[in-house]
Structure formats: C-alpha cells, structure tokens
Design a protein around this ligand. Sequence first.
Ligand code: AP5
Length: 191
Amino acid sequence: MSEITLPTVWILGGPGSGKGTLCDKIVAKYGFTHISTGDLLRDEVNTGSERGQELVKIMKEGALVPTSIVMELLNEKIKSKVETSKGFLIDGYPREKKQGEEFEAAIKPVDMVLYLESKDETMVQRLLKRAETSGRSDDNLETIQKRLQTFHDNNDPIIEAYKSKVVIISAEQSAEAVFAEAEKKLDTLVA
Ligand code: AP5
C-alpha cells in the first residue's frame, strides 16, 4: 500500500483521555476516516470467533493484543477505505514503539501525532462514569488500573520517537477546547 498519500494522523492518550471523543469532532469537520483499534478488536470479539475469545481475555487484563493481529485488522480496514477516504485518523495506535515502526513500514509515514495528556485521576473518573452505560468489560476499576499501567509502561518511547510530529494537547479541559487546539494544527495539515 505504499501508494497511500492521504493525510494520516495518530491519536494517542491514556484510557479515557478522550481519543474517541476528539475523533468524532475531527470527522465532523474534516471528513477523515476514523479507525479505532479498540473498536476493530471489539468487532472481532463480537464475531464470537476463537480468536475473539482470546482477544477478550487480553483486553480484560488491560494488556496489549499482539501487534500482528492489530496490524492485520488495521491493514484490512485501511485498504477497504482508501479509495473513498479524505484522510485517516488512527485512534489508539501505536501502543508501543514497535507498532509505529510496523505501521510506517507497511502503510505510510505518519503525518501528525495528536497526544492527549491527562492525569490518571481524570481518566479513572471519566471511565468510571462511562462504565455506568458503556457495557464494556474493561470499564471497571481493576481493569482500568491495569490499562493505565500498560499505557505508562509504553507511552514515553513513542512520544520520544515521534517528537518532531507530536502535538501535545491537555485533555484536562472541555472536549470543545481540546478540539479547538487540534483544529489549529489540522488546518495546517490539510491546507
Ligand atoms: P481502546 O478501546 O482503544 O480503549 P482505551 O485506549 O483504553 O481508550 P477508551 O476508548 O476507553 O477511551 P478514549 O481515550 O477514547 O476516551 P473517550 O473519548 O471514550 O482499547 C481497548 C483495549 O483494546 C486495550 O486496553 C487493549 O487491550 C486493546 N488494544 C486497543 N488498541 C490496541 C493496540 N494498538 N495494540 C494492542 N492492543 C490494543 O472518553 C472517555 C469518557 O470521557 C467518555 O464518557 C467521554 O464522554 C468523556 N470525555 C471525553 N473527553 C472529555 C473531556 N474533555 N471532558 C470531560 N469528559 C470527557
């Protein structure tokens, strides 16, 4: 897929930092294709396949699913959208530096990385609130704490590796204010 030239943005941040919320707003303005690796994995779980049953165990532990599986799902999705897309928003990927390298080798170099920086307390509170209605098996305090640990174990090397492309946005503000900051940067990307 080396011919892909569409703008490609990774959305990074801890669990509950607001990645999905920001992506919805970006899609509304820019018409980019939003691909969440968490959603791709939950879709696979919902097929009831044997692989899905393995995935749900990993996700309940707040751990990372093997990169080969995530990349396969991601590649398939991108291929299916490339003809009609205006750009790609890859939400929740990469979760470790190696994932970034594999994406860039298989798909294309990333153009911009938006990183939502948040305090752990804020993320925990948001996820516990969301747990009241989300029905997600990983929205419980024990799994949230494991998800945070996995995030902290892996995030810094990614930010360091892509620092020339990373835009850090505080997630400790309203969703509208987060989008306004992202918008300023994205306007320069699509200009
Ligand atoms: P994933 O589904 O990606 O979960 P996550 O990263 O933990 O993030 P969330 O989707 O829970 O939160 P979010 O940051 O999108 O926040 P949201 O906008 O919803 O991944 C799940 C699992 O899949 C992982 O743990 C892992 O096991 C596996 N996985 C996924 N990707 C993988 C990969 N690449 N490699 C390996 N494994 C992978 O907001 C949260 C709440 O806060 C909402 O209720 C929202 O309304 C509210 N909110 C949002 N923004 C604000 C704001 N600014 N102010 C107030 N409230 C806000």
